[in-house]
Ligand binder design. Structure first.
Ligand code: ACO
Length: 354
């Protein structure tokens, strides 16, 4: 059975840089607070009109496809991870298929928030290993800026997030290391615990509420019907924005991140000392530093770029992976671990022999 290798990788971030001081125009916050609590100095916001989650994903994909030495017509499956799709439905995968004039291939969206890219990679890995597909495009992309509460009310969430996209092309490989070991994705590990789903969530639009009773259904006029989907009350009560209990997420993240990284190493008979590079989902620099300390990793074993992009959710790992690779920090035969934790809660890791 072949392994899956990352044959090409690309990233795209919008030009528009938003510093912490820029955010002070909209809310009561400070550069000092944001840097001290999160490590973030600046993030990118997409252009309001002509940049979407899909267009950013497409730009990252073009680079990844070119670096893999193939064309969009060679791609035989798309997996697109995002929590900020262009449309409520259909997903972004089909929009990529259209934009890149690909064949009538399968396209799947993954809605797993911060762990979305690792979940997407794991899905693609199974298809490659089974022999079903030969060139899978995996994208993580987010346009958070369109839906953040940029007021003091929403500051605990909005200062964290930024826009951007990353993409990889997965291909089968039977290559081995000089020692005869496997290369490519060695294993992936996926977990969830829905007990606290609501503490990091965007509730609306959604079917969670008991919006109407069947008896009354026939009596509703058009305005009342529309109100059930998206009402003024939802706007006034900030129910159309993400909701997060930051400290509770933090506490869970610092337990589950190390756990899922160690799981990937143990399954492969390896230890933290063997890691060349850990690429944690860029949620908060303090979380990454805690994980680094807990695993006893040196600075050069962990890659962080949250300082420049904030938390780009499903895009954060492929953006960081791409930058690390472009900076020459990932070389052939290196052991690279991708790990994520976020809304759901869901968490995941992927161990790769480059
Ligand atoms: N600027 C200034 N003050 C602020 C801001 C801000 N942007 N945001 C909150 N505060 C204030 C609060 O109002 C509070 O004030 P009070 O003490 O007077 O009540 C104080 O700062 C402390 O607030 P906390 O929320 O306790 O701050 P904390 O140190 O926990 O940091 C943070 C908040 C950064 C959100 C942190 O909890 C965190 O990073 N949590 C994890 C987030 C995460 O990993 N999310 C997962 C990924 S997201 C996803 O999956 C979609």
């Amino acid at each position: 059975m072949p392994s899956s290798k990352i044959a090409g990788i690309g990233m795209y971030v919008p030009e528009n840089v938003i510093t912490n001081n820029d955010l002070k125009k909209y809310m009561d916050t400070s550069d000092e607070w944001i840097q001290e609590r999160t490590g973030i100095k600046e993030r990118r916001y997409a252009h309001r009109t002509d940049e979407t989650t899909t267009t950013m994903g497409v730009e990252a994909a073009k680079i990844g496809i070119e670096r893999a030495g193939i064309t969009p017509q060679d791609i035989d499956f798309i997996v697109f991870a995002t929590l900020s799709p262009d449309y409520y439905f259909p997903g972004c995968g089909v929009l990529v298929q259209r934009a890149l004039k690909m064949k009538e291939i399968g396209a799947l969206d993954v809605r797993n928030q911060c762990s979305g890219f690792v979940y997407a990679l794991s899905v693609a890995d199974q298809f490659i290993k089974s022999g079903m597909y030969k060139n899978i495009l995996v994208i993580g992309s987010e346009k958070h800026s369109f839906g953040l509460d940029l007021t003091t009310r929403g500051r605990n969430v909005s200062v964290i997030f930024g826009d951007g996209a990353g993409a990889v092309v997965l291909q089968p490989t039977n290559e081995t290391t000089t020692a005869g070991g496997k290369r490519g994705i060695l294993s992936t590990h996926l977990h969830s615990d829905g007990e606290s789903a609501e503490i990091l969530a965007m509730y609306n639009p959604g079917t969670h509420a008991n919006h109407w009773s069947t008896e009354k259904f026939a009596d509703f006029n058009d305005a009342e019907m529309a109100d059930m989907f998206m009402s003024h009350a939802m706007i006034e009560n900030a129910q159309l924005f993400p909701n997060m209990d930051g400290p509770a997420v933090f506490k869970k993240a610092i337990v589950k991140f190390p756990e899922v990284i160690l799981e990937s190493l143990q399954v492969n008979g390896l230890s933290a000392a063997d890691l060349n590079l850990l690429i944690p989902h860029q949620a908060n620099l303090r979380i990454a530093q805690f994980v680094q300390q807990k695993l006893g990793l040196k600075d050069e074993q962990v890659y962080n770029n949250i300082q420049r992009y904030g938390n780009t959710t499903a895009a954060s790992i492929p953006i960081a992976l791409c930058e690390a690779w472009q900076e020459g920090k990932i070389k052939k035969n290196d052991l690279v671990c991708l790990a994520a934790f976020g809304s759901g809660f869901t968490w995941a890791s992927a161990l790769i022999r480059w």
